[in-house]
Design a protein around this ligand. Structure first.
Ligand SMILES: [Zn+2]
Length: 86
């Protein structure tokens, strides 16, 4: 996850409460006749190149970039700082 501000592009009211959506892979072995799970291993989180984020206000789910981009378009600060070019 990036250390950048998020802003929900859907409800546009949430900048603070989010969930990180993680997928897990859990191998298991089934009995071919009865269908009973006979063995199971630890669940492993599947590493994603870009995290999937959910807004806790409106439940919108999108990849992290959408939240970061929205925060960049509509920054929290009201006073605009003019960029200084050196
Ligand atoms: Zn939202």
């Amino acid at each position: 996850m990036q250390d950048k501000p998020y802003f929900c592009p859907n409800c546009r009211s949430n900048r603070i409460k989010f969930s990180l959506m993680t997928s897990y892979s859990q191998p298991f072995v089934k009995d071919a006749l009865t269908g009973v799970v006979t063995e199971s291993s630890e669940a492993n989180a599947i590493t994603q190149s870009e995290p999937t984020i959910q807004c806790q206000v409106c439940s919108f789910v999108g990849n992290e970039m959408r939240f970061v981009k929205q925060a960049e378009r509509e920054p929290r600060t009201v006073t605009q700082v003019s960029p200084t070019y050196v």
